[in-house]
Design a protein around this ligand. Structure first.
Ligand SMILES: [Fe+2]
Ligand SMILES: [Fe+2]
Length: 137
């Protein structure tokens, strides 16, 4: 699988959020670069725990900013965040317990969900924050 690369089109115009998105990509790249045999080890579940923990921190950053500036579409956005946390945690548990899902399938889910969420849902707050948050935050 090819590593996931950051592109300018992913930028939502808020530096802190862009950096966090880049870090989420780095965590996914750890999965992509893992040795083939690692599905038999704890490596995949360790990386998934790291993903859940960091995604929580990142989502909380976005949610605090949306509330702080009175963004109008907070609720559906938060629902998407909750879906990601619940699904990723569930996939991690399935993977550890009965392994009816592969590391590659989970990696595909993470890539598709995150890029879609950034490009469709996070991108919606770009013009809103551009008018409210000073550059460099
Ligand atoms: Fe985000
Ligand atoms: Fe988001």
């Amino acid at each position: 699988m090819e590593k996931i690369c950051w592109k300018d089109e992913y930028s939502v115009g808020v530096e802190k959020i862009d950096h966090q998105h880049q870090h989420l990509f780095e965590i996914i790249n750890k999965l992509i670069e893992r040795p083939v045999s690692s599905d038999d080890s704890e490596l995949v579940s360790d990386i998934l725990s790291e993903m859940v923990n960091y995604a929580r921190e990142h989502f909380s950053t976005e949610e605090v900013l949306m509330r702080q500036y009175g963004y109008p579409a907070i609720e559906p956005h938060e629902k998407e965040h909750d879906y990601f946390i619940n699904t990723t945690a569930e996939l991690a548990i399935n993977f550890m317990n009965n392994r009816n899902t592969t590391g590659d399938e989970i990696t595909e889910f993470l890539i598709i969900w995150l890029t879609n969420h950034i490009l469709k849902t996070d991108m919606k707050f770009k013009p809103f924050f551009a008018a409210k948050i000073p550059a460099g935050v």
